[in-house]
Design a binder for this molecule. Structure first.
Ligand code: AHR
Length: 492
C-alpha cells in the first residue's frame, strides 16, 4: 500500500525554535571529564582544556543551547567550589553518580568557554535542593552583573572583568525526586521564592525555567502552572525511553524485534505526553507565553558491561537513530508550545552523540540524525496531513511513519521521515501543495542490521548516505523507504 501525504507549504503553522536541537552535559561519568574536558596539560589536543576533536564534531551540528551542570548533580552543586585557581578548588564526592572524586576543574568559567567555542547559548541549572536562595542569587550576580558588586569583583579577580550573557536559567532539577523529593505545592512556593532573587542585571534578561514533571505526572504541571505560572518563562518535562522498565532495564545491544517495537512505541508516547501537558498549560496560559522545555529526553539502557554502572555509558545503534528522529519530529510538530529540548546527554552518557575512549572519538547514529535534521532549525513548521500505514506486532499496533516538514526563509522545503517498521518498506506519495519544487535531494540513515552501531575500530558502520529512493513528477514526490530508516529530503 502507498501512503499518501499532503504537505501544505503555503500554510506555515508555527516557528520551529532551534533550541529543540539543544543538548545536555552533566558532571556524570565521562561526559564532562574525559569527554569534553581534558585539561590544558593533556596530550589530547585541546583549547583551554576542552578537546578539539569534540568541539569540531559538535560545531558541525549548529548546537543552539547547552544545559549544565545537571541533572541530579545540579542540586548538589555549589558553584563557588568551581571557581578560582584549579589547584585550590575543592575536591568533593559526586555522590549521585558513581561516588567518584569531583575536582571541580570544570566550573563556571570553563562552561562559558565551552559555549563560546560551540557558539551556543548557555543554559544553567541552579541548585534548589541543597542550595540557598543567597547562593543562587549570587551565582546570577557573579555571571551577569556589570559594575561594582561583591560577586562582580570576585569574577574580575578570577580573570573575567566583563559579565557573560546568560538567558536560560533553571530553578532546580527534578525537584520531585533527586532535587529534594518535594511535593508540587511546596516546590511551587520555593520556585516563586528562589526565582525572585535570580535578578535581571542591566540588559541581561533571564528566561526562567521551573523544574517540571516526571513523564506523566500531570498533577505536577497543573499545580506548577496554577501556583507559579505567572513567574516562569518555561516549565520543564523529563521523559526517557526505557525498554523493559525502570527497575528492569535492557542493554543497548543484542535486542530483538520485540524490543525494537517496544522502543518505538515508547518513543511515540512523547506525543501524548506533550499533548496532555500542553492542554494543562493552555488552561492557565492560553497565549502560550510559557514554553514547554523538554530538557531531558533519550534512551536509557543498562550500562555497557564492564563499565561503572553509575556512569550510564551505553552504546548507540540504529534503534537510537529512530528514537531521535521520532522525538525531533514530535517536538517540531508541537513547536507552538515546545520551545526547547535537550537530549541526554552530549558525550559518553545515555543517548550520546559522541563516544570517546582516550584520544579516540566516534560519532553515533544519533549524532547523524541531529546532523541531518539541523536544516529544520528556526524554520516555519508546515502542515502535513496523512494516514500512516500501521506497524503491528502481536496484538499491538503503532503508526509505521513519523513525519515532519518545514520551510526555510529562502523557500526550500525539508521533510523528515522515519520508517519505524523493522521489516517493511514504506511506499509514499507526497503531494506538495503551494510549492513548485523542481529538484529533490535526500539523505538516508539505515542498515540491514537493527543492532548496527559504530565502534572505535569501525566508526562508519552507520553513516548517512545519499537517498536514491525519491523521484519528483508533476508536483508529486514518490519515495520508497527501506525498513528502519531515517530520511531527510530537501525540495527546491
Ligand atoms: O540524565 C541523567 C539523570 O536523569 C539526570 O541527572 C536526572 O535529572 C535524570 O533523572
Amino acid at each position: 500500500m502507498t501512503a499518501k501525504l499532503r504537505i501544505l507549504s503555503d500554510a506555515p503553522k508555527s516557528k520551529i525554535n532551534k533550541n529543540i536541537y539543544g543538548h545536555f552535559a552533566e558532571h556524570l561519568g565521562r561526559c564532562i571529564y574525559e569527554g569534553i574536558w581534558v585539561g590544558e596539560d593533556s596530550p589530547i589536543p585541546n583549547t583551554d582544556g576542552i578537546r578539539n576533536d569534540v568541539i569540531a564534531a559538535l560545531r558541525k551540528l549548529d548546537i543552539p543551547v547547552l544545559r549544565w551542570p545537571g541533572g541530579c548533580f545540579a542540586d548538589e552543586y555549589h558553584w563557588k567550589d568551581g571557581i578560582g585557581k584549579p589547584e585550590t578548588r575543592k575536591r568533593m564526592i559526586n555522590t549521585h553518580w558513581g561516588g567518584v572524586v569531583e575536582n571541580n576543574h570544570f566550573g563556571t568559567h570553563e562552561f562559558f568557554r565551552l559555549c563560546e567555542l560551540l557558539e551556543c547559548e548557555p543554559y544553567i541549572c541552579g541548585n534548589v535542593g541543597s542550595g540557598t536562595v543567597q547562593e543562587m542569587s549570587e551565582w546570577v550576580e557573579y555571571m551577569t552583573f556589570d559594575g561594582e558588586s561583591p560577586m562582580a569583583g570576585l569574577r574580575a579577580g578570577n580573570g573575567r572583568e566583563q559579565p557573560w550573557t546568560l538567558k536560560y536559567f533553571g530553578v532546580g532539577n527534578e525537584n520531585w525526586g533527586c532535587g529534594g523529593n518535594m511535593r508540587p505545592e511546596y516546590y511551587a512556593d520555593l520556585y516563586r521564592r528562589y526565582q525572585t532573587y535570580a535578578r535581571n542585571y542591566g540588559d541581561n534578561k533571564l528566561y526562567k525555567i521551573a523544574g517540571g514533571a516526571n513523564v506523566d505526572d500531570y498533577n505536577w504541571t497543573e499545580v506548577l502552572m496554577r501556583e507559579a505560572g505567572q513567574f516562569m518563562d518555561g516549565l520543564s518535562l523529563h521523559s526517557y525511553t526505557i525498554p523493559g522498565s525502570w527497575e528492569e532495564k535492557r542493554f543497548a545491544l543484542g535486542f530483538d524485534n520485540g524490543e525494537w517495537f517496544e522502543t518505538m512505541k515508547k518513543s511515540l508516547h512523547m506525543n501524548e505526553l506533550i499533548t496532555r501537558h500542553s492542554n494543562i498549560m493552555d488552561k492557565y496560559d492560553p497565549e502560550r507565553r510559557v514554553g514547554l522545555i523538554i530538557d531531558e529526553w533519550g534512551t536509557w539502557f543498562l550500562s555497557e558491561p564492564g563499565t561503572n554502572p553509575g556512569f550510564l555509558y551505553q552504546q548507540n545503534t540504529l534503534r537510537d537513530a529512530l528514537v531521535a528522529g521520532i522525538h525531533l519530529n514530535i517536538f517540531q510538530n508541537h513547536s507552538k508550545r515546545v520551545q526547547m529540548a535537550n537530549i541526554a546527554q552530549m558525550v559518553n552518557v545515555l543517548q550520546a552523540l559522541i563516544l570517546t575512549e582516550g584520544d579516540k572519538l566516534l560519532l553515533t547514529p544519533t549524532y547523524h540524525v541531529f546532523d541531518m535534521y539541523k536544516v529544520h532549525q528556526d524554520n516555519e513548521l508546515l502542515e502535513v496531513s496523512f494516514e500512516s500505514p500501521v506497524y503491528s506486532m502481536g496484538e499491538e499496533s503503532i503508526p509505521q511513519l513519523s513525519v515532519s516538514a518545514s520551510r526555510d526563509a529562502s523557500g526550500k522545503v525539508y521533510v523528515s521521515i522515519c520508517n519505524i517498521s523493522h521489516a517493511d518498506n514504506a511506499a509514499l506519495s507526497i503531494e506538495l501543495v503551494g510549492t513548485s519544487a523542481r529538484t529533490i535531494n535526500g539523505q538516508i540513515l539505515t542498515h540491514s542490521d537493527l543492532n548496527a552501531h559504530n565502534t572505535f575500530e569501525t566508526p562508519a558502520t552507520v553513516a548517512p548516505a545519499v537517498f536514491e529512493g525519491a523521484s519528483l513528477k508533476n508536483g508529486v514526490l514518490d519515495c520508497q523507504l527501506p525498513p528502519a530508516s531515517v530520511v531527510v529530503l530537501t525540495l527546491e
